[in-house]
Ligand binder design. Structure first.
Ligand SMILES: NC(=O)C[C@H](N)C(=O)O
Length: 333
């Protein structure tokens, strides 16, 4: 029996159009889901396909409002026995954030697969159609179940926890530098190397809380980027503007200058959450390495980059997890 895969479209370059096939400027989010399905020959050889438009934005304009609607829709669809997997088409700029958010809030073992493109739909050698074909193949594949939210780009299958965008324009932009690929997919033929080892989707304590109306507003968490002579008053400015937690995109192993450490430690002493992540694209930020987290009251982000650390902290604060338990969450999710 053929699987049934629903494709949920949110926009991005995969739905983008440029004026001519050879120019680098284009407008994201122009094609509809039906246009995209029609552009991929043989898609229905892999599965029965249906499509739905959730949004049509460049992913730099993705919002938690759209994300919460998306995850609630996925949770609703996954309850149907005749839906076997879901593909989400998405811009690549914030794809890793959406993938990680869905990894924590979708409540199903069935495959959820994000895909996108680095070249607009009418470009020379557009990469979107084959990415969509491969994403549908993974979503239709029973072997993709229980691996959390996946991202399929350029023949690679990435796990939501590990992947990151590493190149502004190349089709080989996503890497999973610390923990490696979940698998590969070549013209629809899948191979898997591992299961993601962190808790996700149907095993996540965040998933079941999400889709009871009214939809929640998540607490504000800001990211502050460390650099030479980093101004420590950014910590106060951010909390005065309403942030309930801060992620530091630290230098190296989650570092920041002494003045910022002092200011952040004062804030942490009042129970405020300060997470140390890194502006460096690969590696983990370990607890009590270079910075004394135990004394200063900080949280280390482990493998999560600043954007993903922010999402986990927002969900933990939304769920009112006490601060002393939040460090453990960074090792669990
Ligand atoms: N390649 C892309 O999809 C980039 C685009 N700015 C987006 O994220 O929507």
């Amino acid at each position: 029996m053929k699987s049934h895969v629903r494709i949920l479209a949110t926009g991005g370059t995969i739905a983008g159009i440029s004026q001519t096939p050879s120019q680098s400027e284009y407008c994201a989010g122009q094609m509809t889901i039906q246009d995209m399905i029609d552009a991929v020959p043989d898609l229905n050889r892999l599965a029965d396909i249906s499509g739905e438009q959730i949004a049509n934005v460049g992913s730099q304009d993705m919002s938690f409002d759209i994300l919460i609607r998306l995850t609630c829709r996925i949770n609703e669809l996954m309850k149907k026995e005749d839906i076997h997997g879901i593909v989400v088409t998405h811009g690549t700029d914030t794809m890793e954030e959406t993938a990680f958010f869905l990894n924590l809030t979708v409540d199903s073992p069935k495959p959820v697969v994000l895909t996108g493109a680095m070249r607009p739909a009418n470009a020379i050698s557009a990469d979107g159609p084959l990415n969509l074909f491969n994403a549908v193949a993974v979503a239709a594949d029973p072997n993709a179940r229980e691996r959390g939210c996946l991202v399929v780009m350029n023949d690679r299958i990435h796990g939501a926890h590990s992947l990151t965008k590493t190149n502004t324009t190349s089709v080989e932009t996503f890497l999973s530098p610390v923990n490696g690929l979940v698998g590969t997919v070549n013209y629809g033929k899948t191979a898997y190397f591992r299961f993601p080892f962190r808790r996700h989707t149907y095993l996540s304590e965040f998933s079941s809380r999400f889709c009871h109306p009214p939809h929640p507003t998540l607490p504000r968490v800001d990211i502050i980027y460390a650099c030479i002579d980093m101004p420590p008053d950014l910590i106060d400015l951010s909390s005065a503007a309403g942030a309930k937690g801060i992620v530091i995109a630290g230098d190296g192993n989650g570092n920041m200058n002494q003045a910022t450490i002092k200011k952040a430690a004062q804030k942490a002493a009042s129970g405020f959450c300060i997470v140390r992540s890194s502006r460096v694209p690969t590696g983990t930020v370990g607890r009590n390495m270079e910075v004394d987290d135990d004394t200063l009251g900080f949280i280390a982000s482990d493998e999560l980059n600043p954007a993903k650390a922010r999402i986990l902290l927002m969900l933990a604060l939304f769920k009112r997890v006490p601060r002393h338990q939040i460090q453990q969450m960074f090792y669990t999710y």
